[in-house]
Design a binder for this molecule. Structure first.
Ligand code: BTN
Length: 250
């Protein structure tokens, strides 16, 4: 049984500037904070992306980290990156053309096929237990350079005549959707999360290329394993489970 996170949805600390919201979540936990708690900063000076990349922290975009203390271990906690991706997608849905938002394994959120959000999970063992930081970056107003894939921002997809979107508005919806999905996960496990994620994932059943640190794999995107690994069907019909890598379509 995992803790119910609903109580923390309005527990927010807002900063003008931070090195990284993930770093601040960790510092708070080292000071005794257990969460659920959301750290948000208007800008970041040392934002981190997956696989050691930099995540630029331009004002106008959303930088936030949810801090949790969990009774499960790291493998199960990794499910929360899918929870976060669903929450981000649903928050963006409200502002852009219907059907424009999709998900890309492991936890990118795309608008019309271009990346607009990334998620970085970090965990550590503290005195109060096992802590998880769910770091979420959303390009709301600008498209920072330096990402090796097509990139976009939410503002570029707001239909004419609609109100401009802000990081603050997105954050409100995102937090609530995150906690709603978190509670489903805590009560019913990864099944419903995987199902909802797959329903809006890009490339399921299609040919994909998965780039790992030391090799590149090709095959068909078959589905998600119970632990969230990507199932890649190879030419000989075997299913290879990939736990970390970058996916390319086509
Ligand atoms: C990715 O590489 O796709 C993940 C990017 C995650 C960026 C967010 S911004 C808020 C939080 N703080 C960080 O330093 N990184 C994450």
């Amino acid at each position: 049984m995992k803790p119910n996170a609903s109580g923390g949805r309005d527990n927010v600390r807002l900063y003008d500037t931070l090195d990284s919201t993930n770093d601040e979540a960790r510092r708070l936990s080292e000071g005794g904070e257990t969460g659920p708690l959301w750290v948000r900063s208007l800008e970041q000076t040392k934002g981190r992306g997956r696989r050691g990349r930099t995540w630029l922290g331009e004002p106008g975009n959303l930088f936030t980290t949810g801090l949790f203390t969990l009774t499960c271990g790291p493998a199960e906690a990794a499910n929360l990156s899918f929870v976060a991706a669903l929450a981000v997608a649903e928050a963006i849905d409200l502002h852009v053309t219907q059907g424009a938002v999709s998900l890309k394994w492991p936890n990118d959120v795309l608008i019309e096929g271009k990346k607009t959000s990334g998620i970085l999970l970090e965990s550590w063992q503290g005195q109060a237990g096992f802590h998880l930081a769910v770091g979420i970056g959303v390009n709301v107003r600008t498209r920072p350079d330096g990402i090796d894939q097509p990139i976009t921002c939410v503002a570029d997809h707001v239909p004419l005549g609609h109100l401009p979107v802000s990081a603050e508005i997105l954050f409100e919806t995102l937090r609530h959707r995150f906690h709603d999905w978190f509670d489903i996960w805590a009560q019913r496990g990864f099944g419903p999360i995987a199902q909802a994620w797959l329903a809006r994932a890009s490339g399921v059943g299609q040919p994909i290329i998965v780039r790992l640190p030391h090799e590149t794999l090709e095959g068909r995107f078959y589905g998600l394993a119970p632990n969230g690994a990507l199932q890649l069907e190879q030419a000989d019909g075997t299913i290879h489970e990939v736990t970390a890598g970058d996916v390319f379509f086509g």
